[in-house]
Design a protein around this ligand. Structure first.
Ligand code: SAM
Length: 471
């Protein structure tokens, strides 16, 4: 029985409800009147439920589809402005006891060179990341209670936060590790993590069990209920995602929104972010062996429909996607992207990209300086801001800020301040030139005279060597 408030995976992601939703969406995909009504509701900016959103995703009326994309662009501008937050993944260990069929870290892959960073190596990686200009990381690890126990993860987090190299600092560590216990989530919360990210991979239980044949990850309910335990453990910000390509995208989309509705119903706050990974080639993984791959058009539509259905949720796209794809979908609601990523353990300190131990092929291989310049050339403000999290504006407090559309009042100047730090400390001359011109233009858009004056003051202090100002 479908119950968004239930703590049981099979009740809040109810298979029959997903099937009924897909049937409803299919039957109404050309229902112009209903689609117009749903779009009118979307314009109220309070979000859409999984059934309404699924009708939009299925919609086959060209003019209505154009409206969906236009609305998604508008939401992106209204809620997030032209800021794009940057981060990098940091792979700690590729030891893994699971048997995930899509991931080259699976335990039966005997050709994968296994590696786990020592704390000294973590330090080297972090210095390399700081030297690029990164301020936010997402740490990644395989699941292995012996090699990567929670204490190892906690030691790594402590080490990462402690490193202050030149003007560098990692100010927010997001964590992408396997589903764990409430007790361990409490420890992660106490360690001061940002978002706890866990991809569902697929919401379809039968496919899930087939794709995770061995290891603790095989347990669908334990994995699907992980965000509930994370929130019970005191983690305010959780990040959802499915790995597109494993199951039908319509199923995943409906279930993803049901998951978001469940968190809102049970904890009063939806997911902080939703990520959009698509399955990629990796060591012994051929993405074509999976039958549900999606093309760029569908990918863009999923992103646009998510944007208007969950207006307050951050949306993330990684370097799994090419520059061209990122350039296309960024306008439809993406708020965070990774840059200059290495998906192998120890990849940043290595001069060369190590292909044999990458978790997946990186499509966008540009440097952070190039990514920053590219964003600015498209009129986006690359942001390294971590202010909300550091000021305790997480969970419902952050959502409240979004819902009152206050995000633009403090996020815009904060983005400019962190961009200025990047330009001073890490940018090439060319990027600096583009960036200084952008800051000059953007500062004029700060509405309050007081905030504008303070921002100008902070910017000039940053030029003189001071760091870490925020609203
Ligand atoms: N071990 C943790 C877990 O079980 O959730 C962390 C996961 S892993 C380091 C991060 C994510 O990479 C996975 O959740 C999966 O969605 C994604 N991934 C795995 N193999 C992939 C592939 N071949 N292409 C693209 N993404 C992949």
């Amino acid at each position: 029985m479908y119950d968004p408030k239930s703590a049981k995976a099979e009740e809040f992601i109810c298979h029959d409800e997903v099937l009924a939703t897909l049937d409803y969406a299919q039957k109404n995909k050309s229902n112009e009147q209903l689609i117009a009504q749903i779009l009118e509701k979307a314009k109220e900016r309070k979000g859409l439920d999984h059934r309404e959103a699924s009708v939009l995703l299925a919609c086959d009326i060209k003019q209505k589809n154009d409206e969906i994309f236009t609305l998604a662009e508008q939401f992106k501008k209204d809620f997030y402005g032209n800021r794009i937050v940057l981060f990098a993944p940091l792979y700690l260990s590729n030891y893994c006891v699971n048997g995930c069929r899509y991931c080259p870290y699976h335990a039966t892959n005997k050709t994968m060179p296994r590696k786990k960073l020592t704390l000294d190596e973590v330090k080297k990686e972090v210095i390399a990341l700081q030297d690029m200009g990164h301020k936010r990381l997402a740490i990644e690890a395989g699941e292995d209670p012996v090699n990567n126990p929670i204490d190892y993860i906690l030691d790594c987090i402590k080490t990462i936060y402690s490193i202050k190299h030149k003007n560098g600092a990692i100010r927010r560590v997001n964590v992408n590790i396997a589903a764990t216990t409430v007790e361990n989530y409490k420890k992660l919360a106490e360690a001061g993590i940002g978002t706890y990210i866990l991809f569902q991979e697929t919401y379809n239980k039968e496919s899930y069990e087939y794709l995770h044949p061995t290891g603790p990850k095989h347990n669908y309910a334990y994995h699907t209920e992980a965000m509930d335990r994370a929130m019970e453990g005191g983690i305010d910000d959780v990040g959802l995602g499915v790995l597109f390509g494993l199951e039908s995208y319509q199923y995943e989309f409906a279930a993803l929104l049901m998951h978001a509705e469940h968190l809102e119903a049970r904890f009063g706050v939806g997911p902080h972010t939703i990520s959009f990974p698509r399955i990629k080639h990796a060591a012994d993984i051929d993405p074509n062996a999976f039958l549900h791959g999606i093309d760029d058009d569908i990918f863009a539509k999923i992103i646009a429909c998510t944007r208007i259905s969950t207006p307050y949720t951050g949306m993330i796209i990684s370097t799994r996607e090419s520059q061209a794809c990122r350039e296309r979908v960024i306008h439809y609601g993406i708020s965070q992207i990774s840059g200059a990523s290495r998906t192998s353990v120890g990849g940043y300190a290595d001069a060369e990209r190590e292909h044999d131990s990458e978790q997946f092929d990186v499509s966008d291989q540009r440097t952070l300086d190039e990514v920053v310049r590219w964003l600015m050339q498209m009129d986006y403000i690359p942001s390294f801001c971590t202010a909300c999290y550091r000021a305790g504006r997480t969970g419902d407090r952050f959502m409240d800020l979004c819902k009152k559309m206050q995000i633009l009042n403090c996020c815009h100047p904060n983005a400019l301040l962190t961009l200025k730090e990047f330009l001073e400390d890490y940018a090439s001359d060319e990027t600096k030139k583009v960036g200084e011109a952008l800051i000059k233009r953007e500062i004029e858009r700060v509405k309050s005279d007081k905030v504008k004056k303070m921002t100008e003051d902070y910017l000039s202090k940053i030029s003189q060597g001071e760091r870490d100002f925020r609203f």
